[in-house]
Design a protein around this ligand. Structure first.
Ligand code: C2E
Ligand code: CA
Ligand code: CA
Length: 520
């Protein structure tokens, strides 16, 4: 989880991106759904309005036609005026024709006539009680589509009224001009339709794809079809924009919240409070006698969810978060807590090797923190050894003074990881170290190289000449131990001697006579 400081950063970025994406998808699709719902409501309202309009229009017209039916009993001349005025007062009606035995006998437009209705409108079936057809035009208005409505007289046999109705002024024009999301409206009967897509009647089969809404007119075999888009470009664009904005906001919010809550700084402070750190001790033995001479204190973090986090990782965090000082103070507390038991396990003068991070070394509180630790430990029993690396010594002046003070106060100093690049030979000359801890990289090489470790050999010779006490780190095999002993290494530390142990395990090992680091 926290293998590196930046991996947390990456985790935060990744989570924020993911949540942002989810936010964008949710907001975008919600917006699209809202649009869709609104649109559906509008379509419903329009088709209902259209249906209601046409229902009432035809109901009124049929009532008028009912009143006209008896007129066919009278001579045309005597009823023509009545017929004409009725047509004039009936909305959209072009003409009423009185029909008797299949012949149109009287017209509201032209007066008396005698023309077979079949000749006028071949499609109309006058054997039906009611029939409606769509015509491309009427004799007087041949270019303007019309409805032809036939209504047989319910009482008088072989008579009826034929009506031609303007199809051009139908309400769809009003609707289609007002509602821009509709692509069109069609009215259809008997396989023919008039629509806003064409100025002429068309076969119904030629109409566009399926309508989004349809309805029928009450009392007349007429269907209303509404055409439009389920999704419009604008609504999709707006939803995308909405999704992008919401996604961005969610991502930013998530980033902020996670940064505040997940950053390791917070984690480390709360881990201190929750006692998630503990220490292990790795024995350091005398190379000749193999007797334990001290321990190196190594910190551990048992994270409740991430498990054991290696110290390399969280020490780096703590340094990056400027939390190394409180963390080391906490370490000092843990050591002080274990000190009474350690006193029983380790001989007087036993060395407690403590790793000191560069940032702490340079901190103002460093000297006071050390004094506090000394006060918490049993008086005059342990020898504190501060393990530091070359990179810790930023300012020479500061380091020289500090080392003087440390020696004056009775602390010892070890140069850690010697040979890894963190330490350089020049520092050996410049600073007064007590111990040289040879990095396990060199120890590993023992026995694997054809010419046996010339560099290590040289380092040991140099150390001897400079009267530096040497500690070999990471001793993993007997072969390595033998080689090191033969080449005059003073102390050894490594898995072959003992792994780092908790206080309980250290106690157990001490109590068993066959215990490896006292008998080997
Ligand atoms: P280091 O100071 O070089 O500590 C020795 C590391 O080598 C430890 O790893 C130890 O477990 C490991 N080690 C010991 N013997 C062997 C061996 O035979 N073979 C191998 N392969 N490894 C061995 P650990 O505990 O993971 O610590 C890693 C580093 O974290 C330490 O390196 C030290 O730089 C830092 N560290 C640990 N505890 C603290 C602390 O309390 N404060 C500070 N500032 N740094 C700490
Ligand atoms: Ca160390
Ligand atoms: Ca080391």
């Amino acid at each position: 989880m926290f293998t590196r400081y930046f991996s947390v950063g990456r985790k935060i970025v990744f989570s924020s991106l993911l949540l942002g994406l989810i936010g964008a998808l949710l907001a975008g699709s919600l917006q699209l759904m809202i649009f869709h719902h609104k649109r559906a409501e509008q379509y419903d309202a329009v088709i209902n309005d259209l249906q209601a309009y046409l229902n009432s229009y035809f109901a009124e017209l049929l009532t008028t036609i009912d009143k006209l039916q008896p007129l066919s009993l009278s001579p045309c001349a005597s009823v023509a005026a009545d017929l004409t005025s009725r047509a004039a007062f009936s909305l959209n009606v072009r003409a009423f024709l009185l029909v008797e035995n299949g012949n149109a006998t009287c017209s509201s437009a032209t007066g008396e006539m005698n023309v077979p209705i079949k000749q006028l409108v071949p499609q109309v079936d006058i054997s039906k009680k009611l029939d409606i057809e769509i015509l491309p035009g009427t004799p007087m208005m041949p270019q303007k589509p019309a409805f032809a409505l036939w209504v047989r007289s319910p009482l008088l046999e072989n008579r009826g009224v034929f009506t031609s109705i303007n199809a051009s002024l139908m309400p769809w024009l009003l609707y289609s001009s007002r509602q821009n999301q509709f692509s069109g409206i069609a009215l259809a009967t008997n396989g023919t339709a008039i629509s806003t897509f064409s100025s002429h009647p068309q076969p119904t089969s030629m109409l566009k794809r399926t309508p989004i809404r349809s309805a029928t007119v009450h009392g007349v075999p007429l269907s209303i079809y509404l055409y439009g888009d389920e999704w419009t470009v604008e609504s999709i664009q707006f939803s995308l924009l909405m999704g992008a904005v919401c996604g961005l906001l969610t991502g930013l919010l998530c980033y902020y919240v996670l940064s505040v809550r997940l950053r390791p700084g917070k984690e480390i402070t709360s881990a201190i409070k929750r006692n998630q750190f503990y220490v292990v001790y790795q024995p350091v033995v005398d190379a000749e006698s193999m007797q334990i001479r001290g321990v190196e204190v190594l910190m551990r973090w048992k994270h409740p969810t991430a498990g054991e986090i290696p110290p390399d990782a969280f020490i780096n965090f703590a340094e990056a978060q400027q939390l190394i000082v409180p963390l080391t103070r906490h370490l000092f507390q843990l050591i002080a807590h274990d000190a009474p038991v350690l006193k029983k396990l380790l001989p007087p003068g036993a060395k407690l090797g403590i790793n000191i991070a560069p940032a702490h070394l340079l901190a103002e509180s460093f000297q006071q923190d050390l004094k506090d630790l000394s006060h918490m430990l049993p008086a005059n029993y342990f020898q504190l050894v501060l393990e530091i690396t070359e990179r810790d010594m930023l300012s020479q002046h500061h380091a020289v003074k500090l080392f003087e003070w440390l020696h004056h106060e009775g602390y010892e100093i070890a140069i850690d990881d010697f040979g890894t690049g963190h330490s350089a030979l020049i520092y050996l000359e410049r600073y007064a170290f007590d111990y040289l801890k040879i990095d396990r990289g060199f120890i590993n090489a023992i026995g694997t190289e054809t010419v046996t470790s010339p560099v290590l050999d040289a380092v040991l010779t140099l150390a001897r000449k400079m009267s530096l006490v040497t500690v070999a780190e990471g001793v993993e095999t007997q072969e390595q131990a033998n080689w090191l002993r033969d080449h005059g290494v003073n102390f050894m530390q490594g898995y072959w001697i003992s792994r780092p142990l908790t206080l309980e395990k250290l106690l157990e090992a001490h109590q068993k006579p066959e215990n490896y680091f006292t008998t080997r």
